[in-house]
Write a protein that binds this ligand. Structure first.
Ligand SMILES: N[C@@H](CCC(=O)N[C@@H](CS)C(=O)NCC(=O)O)C(=O)O
Length: 210
């Protein structure tokens, strides 16, 4: 079993943190995205969308989409639960995971891909106005998270879940797009200071800068 994708970059980060939280050790195999290795015919067999992460099982079965991979491991290794426990809790975790993915990470990703020269290989037509249009969307997403985190310890409530992991990936991207969490967002700032010190996060992203 292996995971295609760099353990400390982009969406594979989410799988890596998830596995660290579960105590599961699976090797990651980096894919040269800037060199186009993910668009080569042999990789498209594994991932027809030409994206990482991809979980390849020992029998050759390939599973992509971060949350699908996480769901697989959640079923195999239910402890500690990271995707909710019981019908309502599972739905709440999924609701917040999707909110963070679509309303914070999504616009941040658009800013990244359309304003950072480094990723031009992935986005041959970089549209600066599209990046600028997405900056206030990122800010609105951060406001939404802050309101939640003023009332709850973690993104989907009082337990650390995959919704936090997606929010960690989104916040980790802010530095790359010249954005930061405004000091006025005290709930989000408190959460950020807390979760970026978790051993799973330090293991994948390194220790937070002082
Ligand atoms: N919805 C996918 C998104 C995966 C994704 O966007 N992966 C990026 C790396 S972070 C990628 O492979 N990009 C290649 C490209 O855009 O050409 C997931 O959740 O796994």
């Amino acid at each position: 079993m292996k995971i295609w994708g760099a353990r400390n970059g982009g969406n594979p980060v989410r799988v890596a943190i998830f596995l660290e939280e579960k105590g599961i050790d699976i090797p990651f195999e980096p894919v040269d995205l800037m060199g186009g290795a993910h668009r080569a015919a042999d990789f498209l067999v594994k991932s027809p969308t030409a994206q990482v992460p991809v979980l390849e099982l020992d029998d050759g079965t390939c599973l992509s989409e971060t949350i699908a991979i996480c769901r697989y491991f959640e079923r195999l290794h239910p402890e500690p639960p990271l995707m909710g426990v019981g019908p309502l809790d599972e739905a709440v975790v999924e609701m917040w995971q999707r909110r963070v993915e679509f309303l914070v990470y999504g616009p941040a990703r658009e800013v990244f891909r359309h304003s950072v020269a480094f990723v031009k290989a992935l986005e041959p037509v970089q549209l600066a106005p599209w990046a600028e249009l997405n900056r206030p969307r990122v800010a609105a997403g951060l406001d939404l998270l802050d309101a939640q985190l003023r009332r709850h310890t973690f993104v989907s409530g009082d337990q650390f879940t995959v919704a936090d992991i997606t929010a960690i990936m989104a916040c980790n991207m802010l530095g790359r797009i010249d954005m930061e969490i405004p000091a006025t967002l005290t709930g989000l700032t408190r959460w950020r200071n807390q979760v970026f010190q978790r051993p799973s996060v330090v293991s994948v992203l390194g220790a937070p800068k002082a």
